[in-house]
Design a protein around this ligand. Sequence first.
Ligand code: ADP
Ligand code: 5GP
Length: 371
Amino acid sequence: MGEEAPECFLDLKPQTNQSFTFIGDKIYAVGGSEDTTNISTSIKVFDRLTSTWLDLTVFGTKLTPSKSHEAILLNNDRILILETESSPDNCIWFLEVDTPFVKQTRKLLGNEVVAWSKGVIGDGPKPIVISGPSGVGKGTLIAKLMIEFPSTFGFSVSHTTRAPREKELNGVHYHFTERSKMEKDIQDGKFLESALVHGNLYGTSIEAVETVSDDEKRCILDIDVQGASQVRASSLEAIFIFIRPPSLEELEKRLRARGTENEQQIEKRLRNAKAELARGKSPGLFDHILVNDDLETCYQNLKTLLALDEHTNAPSQQFMENFKIPLSHSLSKVDSKILIQSPSGMFVLDLSSLKGGAPGRTRGLRMYATD
Ligand code: ADP
Ligand code: 5GP
C-alpha cells in the first residue's frame, strides 16, 4: 500500500477483510464482506478526484473466496493478492490494473478495466496454437490428443458465424453465433482474436481459453494463420504449430473426401490454402512446422514436440503441494521477492521471471523455503 490514506478514504466505508491499494488517483478495493469467514471476490475502483466509484469491467477468472488476503502493489501495473489459508494452487493471484492487456481493453471499451490472472509456480505448460489450411488434418490430430490424454488437454471452443455441419454440436465444436452478436462481443473486448476466414467470422473468446485453464488443462486452439498472428501479439504465451499437407493435390483429396463443403466452398478453401501455406512460413510466427503425410507419423511427431516442451518447462519447485499462507504471518517485499514469515519458517516468493498474464495464467513464479 505504502501511501497515506486520503480523506475521502472515510467515504469508502471499509469492510472486514477488504484491502485498499492506492495507485495515483485511484484506489483499488478488493474483497470485503460483512461475513468475516470469507472475503467476496469483488473488486471496486474509487476515483479520488471525483470521490466516486468508477464504472468497471472485470476480465479473467475471479479469485476464489478466502478468509483473508494480502494486497501488494507491483510495478504500478498489477496487484499481487495472496490468499491466506487457501489451497496451494489457489493462493496467488494478480489483479492487473495497467498492463498492456488492460490498457488496450480500456481504450477499446472507454471505461475502467481490470483483469484477474491466477499465479502459477514454475513455467507451467503453455497453450498450443494449431494452424494450417482447411482439410490438412488439424481437427483429426487434436481429436487424437484429446482421446489419448483426456485429463491433460482441453479444447478452446471458438465462436463462428458459419452454419453447423451435420454432427457438429453447439458449445462442443463451436459456439455458433449470429454475426451481429459476435461483432458486438468483439467490440466489447470479449475476444482474444478474431478473423474473417473463408467468408465467415471466427474467433477465440477470452472465456473459451479461461474455461480450459480453470479446468486445470492445457489449452489447444485450432485457429487460422491470421488468428495465430493476433495471439502471437497478445499476452497469451503459447506454442505455435503449423500443419502442412504433403501436397496441394492431397489437400484437395482430403477436403473432398470429408464431404462437408459444397464445390464452391471447396474451391474457395483451396484458393485460400495457397496463401495460408505461404503465411505459415512467416518468420517468427510458428515455432514448429509438421507435415501431415502419414497420420500416425505426424501424430507421433506432434506428441514428441509437446512432450519435449513439457520437459523443458517442468515446474522447478514441487514443494508447493503442501504450502499454505497461515493466518498468522508477516510479509515484506525486497526487490522482486516477497518474504513470507510464518510460524513454520520463512518462504520466498520470487517474482523476477513473471511471464504471461491476463487473459490466462501468470507463470514463472518461484517459491522456496529459507533456513
Ligand atoms: P482440418 O481440421 O484441418 O480442416 P480434418 O481433421 O477435418 O482437417 O481432416 C480433413 C480430412 O482428412 C478428414 O476426413 C480426415 O479424416 C482426413 N485426414 C486427416 N489426416 C489425414 C492423413 N494424414 N491422411 C489421410 N487423411 C487424413
Ligand atoms: P472450419 O470451418 O473448417 O471449422 O474452420 C475453418 C478455418 O477456421 C480453419 O482454418 C480453422 O483453423 C479456423 N478457425 C476455427 N476457429 C477459429 C478461431 O477461433 N479463430 C480463427 N482465427 N480461426 C479459426
